[in-house]
Design a protein around this ligand. Sequence first.
Ligand code: F6P
Length: 564
Amino acid sequence: MASLNSSPAWKALKTHAGKTATAHLRQLFAADPKRFKRLSLAVGSLFLDYSKNRITPETLRLLTRLAREADVASWRRRLFKGEAVNVSEGRAALHVALRARPGDRVGDRDAFARGLRERRRVKRFADDVAAGRRAGAGGRPFRATVVLGIGGSHLGPAMAVAALAPYRRPDFDVRFVSSVDSAALSRGLDGLEPATTLVVVASKTFTTEETMANARAVRAWLAKALGERQALKQMAAVSADTAAVDRFGIACDDTFQIWDWVGGRFSLTSAMGLPLALAIGGKRFDEFLDGARAIDRHFLAAPLERNMPAILALVGVWNSDFLGLPGLAVVPYDDRLRHFPAYLQQLEMESNGKSVDRLGQPLESGGAPIVFGGPGTGAQHAFFQALHQGRQPIATDFIAVAEDGPTAGFHPGGDHRQRLNANMLAQAEALMAGRPMAEAKKALRAAGIKGAGWKWLAPHWTFAGNRPSNVILLGRLDPFALGQLVALYEHKVFVEAVIWGINPFDQWGVELGKELAAGILPALKSKAPKGRQATHDASTAGLIRRLKAKKWGRRPSKRLGKQR
Ligand code: F6P
């Protein structure tokens, strides 16, 4: 097979990028009154406007040709059939089986049956907790759950619980602790009563250092108040290693299984979604899974030209590889989606942040952009200055919601939603159209700024524009729509990986740091002033000494002139 860069479609796209480099989005819109209609797509309650990307019909034609050359359709088939698409670990990646319905085309019937069984157990457990049939010490109903997990065992569930807050049981608190950090743990447990707290240990491997250290600490917290036996009765687990859960002491009835064919960051629709089911109940958890399934069906059946995840992926490849944009800002205009950028950061960067292809050959191109973001409008007052006028343009995904839907707690009424969406539309428009120098000068004059200063100010008031963005609209942020959004990005990441030749389901890059931390810990804990640190570089060794020395320098004297 030809390497990516020497494939005919890649070369054609390079030439095309050279030819179209000077076209400004303003001109593209002016030249085609149907551009918005042509370059937008609705699937269920999701709407994607990708017209503000620096693409033409020819760009899309070449990008879909690239997808065909990369065999996206056959990789998609292999994914759904349950073939070992995770080649470095010899595993399938069958998250789609977990939200399938009987009769759906999912290759591995056994995976589907197991997934369905666990899905039913998760829903029953969540509903039993809600109804008080599964209760805490002395039969008191659980009032809170503390979820201990990290990475894919944290970011998806935490994002989803926040996103669906209005659908949550009002009398039940869901908290997450991910880092091995006593401050995080203390905040996570703050004000909770052990007798009415359910602890969920979420770890696919059940070996992750952070999660296991926290699980032991929280077990001790429960045991101190309730005794060891009751402590374990108030713990549940989600894991692929049920034997390890058993050794920890959690009962098998309270253990929910995932399998090695569920990738960590693709696990939100597995039993890893237990915190979400606890928060919103079994019926709504089903609606969430149905939303993901609707996009699975679309992804499987729609031609690439009208396939929402594929289009997002193709535009992503175009932006990073042909326009050279190194980053993707993700900006949801809805506070409930405030954790979505962090969730997506792991999904994109842990999946595709690689320098070798699936066969271990160095990548000539491709790989995940730097993904970051934050909710609008706050983000406008944080990093948008650089998005508009920084020297390094990047792409932006705006995510917005049309209607408020049900609300929990205080709602101001009035026009908050319209204000929010007006800001979102204005930012996307400003990034696209910019403000040329002539218009900046006009604006300066209109602001009454004249005299010697105005010419000098004009460049500051000028925006280059031509900065691409997608706008993803949700009718309402309900369980179904969130499921759609999650599956949309899961498949986007998969299609990008196929085009780049990457295996998106492994993550060897996080291992080295874990190994080194295990080696450093004894040095930090040892009583010897230098610890055992023979193998460290001078900087690491120096910092270990400094951390152990407990001498933090003197505070400057309060009296001026008496600095020592
Ligand atoms: O960050 C590495 C990683 O392996 C992720 O892929 C995973 O989501 C996370 O650690 C947590 O792993 P586990 O669920 O096994 O505790």
